[in-house]
Design a protein around this ligand. Sequence first.
Ligand code: URA
Length: 366
Amino acid sequence: MECNSCVVNDELSARLGGLLQILPVFRGAVRIDSWVPRKPTKPVDLRDSTRGVRLQRAMADAGVASRRGCEELIEDGHVTVNGKLVTELPAWVDPEEDRIVVAGKVVPMPERKVYVMLNKPARTLSTAKDEPGADRRTVVDLVDHPAASRLFPVGRLDYDTIGLILLTNDGELANRLTHPRYGVPKTYRVTVKGALNEDAAKEIERGIFLAQRKAGQTVGGSRTAHVEIEILAKERTKTVVALTLREGRNRQVRRMLAAVGYPVQKLERIGMGPVKLKGLARGEWRELTRHEIQDLKRSAASSGDAPSKQGRSGDGKKPKMPYMAPGVAEMPPNPGIRNRTIKNAINKARLPVTPKLEGRPPKKDE
Ligand code: URA
């Protein structure tokens, strides 16, 4: 198929001094006729500095020329953005959305990064694919996005855990959100069996010894990092708490609560860093807003400046509770306890740790 807009005019080519032949972007490395616009191009205000990056930088990052060289191409009238000739700088573009054309050839831009929030239902795997031979529903099956096949879940939730899970094709951010080094907090609303007492809450807060298993064998273990706990509602037969963790061990919430004698009945993730689960029915998904993406990136960047120690933020201080769970009273309130935050400082002394397989430190000879 002949594409008129792709034919570089000879005179122009000569004026560019062979640049078009040298740069890989113009050497036929990219088949222009296979380019499909991501969205219909629309008029945009290139003077709006919140749109993204400077035009010459987007061009230079795509390998067109040096920034200075790109400035010259722009000022000499060789560059259009979304069909409009741009000769004045500064001009600001969104490299993932805008169509930049230099001397009639489209500049290939990086794949658009997609960030999706899913309200995961129970009985759904949080991996992209099930094991061979099994055919269970996965979180990717539930996201009907044009880029769905390239999206992968950020971290894991158990098969029966419900609530917030992010999917993206941004590997760098996914790594930062899940690696304990960055200490990005994850908040869960947990319903446990029985009336959770303060001693158990303090134990959870200070850390529980959890075994580490590999290939069915216990290969050691360690105490969990600091956890924030807030009792949201409590009655004789069950308690609802908000737990905020900065690490993500296998089945961590369920194991910690089981270790202090309170089996989990329902587990829902309601927050990841600054992003909260809202506006979605169970099984529904949506793209994150621009603000949510910015906040998420900021939280993952700042937490990782220094390694997080014992789940604390990079500055070594006890992290602040980033998410104040709404005062949800799913059960008749107990006026003495409901919505009361268990303060760290109440009792710094160590309580005896529950003598179970998990929940106690190993003896030296174990
Ligand atoms: N902790 C758990 O025990 N399960 C989850 O799915 C997430 C955190």
